[in-house]
Design a protein around this ligand. Sequence first.
Ligand code: MLT
Length: 423
Amino acid sequence: VTLTYAGGEPLPLNVIPATDGNSGLNISPLLSKTGFVTLDSGFVNTASCTSAVTYIDGDAGILRYRGYPIEQLAASSTFVEVSYLLIYGELPTPAQLADFEDRIRRHTLLHEDLKLFFNGFPRDAHPMPVLSSAVSALSTFYQDSLNPFDAEQVEISTVRLLAKLPTIAAYAYKKSIGQPFLYPDNSLTLVQNFLRMTFGLPAENYEPDPAMVKALDLLFILHADHEQNCSTSTVRLVGSSQANLFASVSAGINALFGPLHGGANQAVLEMLEKIARGDDTADTFMEKVKNKQDGVRLMGFGHRVYKNYDPRAAIIKKTADEILRGVGGTAGDELLEIALRLEEIALSDDYFIERKLYPNVDFYTGLIYKAMGFPTKMFTVLFALGRIPGWIAQWREMIEDKDTKIGRPRQVYIGATERDYVS
Ligand code: MLT
């Protein structure tokens, strides 16, 4: 099917100039139904952006950070190294890594007044909006480093954010359970420090289980970036107005809070727990999914980009059994068995194969977080802790690009045409 416009060549239907007003064609229903992108030079920075941070091939199930396969990074790097890679474009040398870790360590403390800020929230506050509020509040404490075009200020904001987010996340959790805050212990690594501030008590000598530290570090690497997903594109869109890094990332945290984005691993866990309670077996559950019975939905399968196995899920699955045994005894095993059976059915049944419903990153993560002792309300917070280097890298890339213009999603008007106002 082709359309022509005044004086022009025939155009394929998916390249429709936005001249409906002039041509008299009402193309908006077509656009809204098909999701076609219009070619309109008046609107930029909307339907796509260029980026050199993360590469995804959804058909082949490939994910690379700055060109390095996620599998290799997961096997050989730490989260802090991967953060450096995402933000600066290269893996650090040992000296660069030591310097980066040292700079992060120097900024883990929160200003005493910012600690008081947590008291303003109700005791049962979900830690995620507390996290986004506290990150937003960082721009009130560091007013001297908010200029997106001053490289030194961007650098100090980057390090502050990486250093303070684990402290803020741990305090948001402590607040929700009514326990006292712990100061960071800068002899520990970023992940050890976060676990201690989350699970430790002042009078106790808490020592995080090394298997748990390794597992959480791995999960953070796997969540560190995923190109233009909902929260990252939010960070870029807010940042395109030249909002500072803290404000932009705070917006991204709110985007991540949505159940379709960061909240999905919680939904998976609830689904597995429901099956474990005996409402269904894995097999009867999958039959219900196929028959669209009882409003049953299969959570943690399928992805907008991946039409193949999510490479992150493959890594998590490979290590899930070891992690669950290492950090949670047998606590997660029953749910893991159910998860494995659901996956087995999905990978062998034509219904799921035809729909390309493979497990995604959310499918096994909730199980692991649970075995580590995190309550479900912390799952999105953990996602945010992992995603922080990706948000920072994408924000910096966008700000450094001289061609960046303020984002403005294109609207296709579908409301009433002009109406006479009769008084
Ligand atoms: C993510 O990691 O951000 C999720 O898989 C969502 C996405 O990429 O769209």
